[in-house]
Design a protein around this ligand. Sequence first.
Ligand code: HEC
Length: 123
Amino acid sequence: MSKTPSVLILLTALAFAWGCDSSTAPSPDEPASGAAQKPVEPRALYVRSCQSCHGPTGKGNGPRSRGLRNIPDFTSVAWQEGRTDAQLKHTLMEGKGSMPAFKLRYEEPELEALIQVVRGFRP
Ligand code: HEC
């Protein structure tokens, strides 16, 4: 009878130590969760979200571009010079005509990166 409390204390202490161990165990994995913040792959975003309409070279000839009105040719210098980054960003966020809005889909750094991809099509 006098042994029971000390056994209980021991067990409790063990359980506590075990609990601490398992709760601190995930910390070595932290770099993995940090990897979620790895730099955006702008080109991969474009391929995933834009290429179907805007085409692999930005000419506006992707497989879904048929019948879309006003789809621009990103390789046109005149088109590039006629638009400010602010205008491109606005369209990207809010959508325009058949162009979908992306503000709920992408965060600020991704939107900026996508604008740079569009600018990169300029010859
Ligand atoms: C469903 C087809 C479709 C998809 C997907 C699409 N776009 Fe568009 N995009 C359009 C069309 C159509 C226009 C022309 C809109 C207009 O001027 O009426 C356009 C216009 C634009 C413009 C010109 C905006 C301006 O102000 O003139 C930019 C920049 C652009 N898209 C970037 C993107 C990017 C970046 C993506 C991917 C994140 C994307 N688009 C995805 C169809 C699409």
